[in-house]
Ligand binder design. Structure first.
Ligand SMILES: [Zn+2]
Length: 65
């Protein structure tokens, strides 16, 4: 086992920045506001639907064709 410092560090910083951007964009897009509770209440994201934990409102997602 050998650890190489110099090369890995630069690459890590780069991918970290990318991840940050990606995560922020995904979270913003993924989390929908509940139409019943209003803005501020996020809905839980599921594979094919979003559901609100407050009022149990569930919105099914349409599959892309
Ligand atoms: Zn709700």
């Amino acid at each position: 086992m050998t650890k190489k410092g110099g090369k890995g560090t630069k690459k890590r910083e780069g991918s970290k920045k990318w991840m940050r951007y990606d995560l922020e964009g995904k979270i913003k897009r993924k989390n929908k506001f509940c139409p019943k509770c209003g803005p501020g209440v996020f809905m839980a994201h599921h594979a094919d639907r979003d559901s609100c934990g407050k009022c149990n409102y569930t919105e099914f997602r349409k599959h892309r064709k």
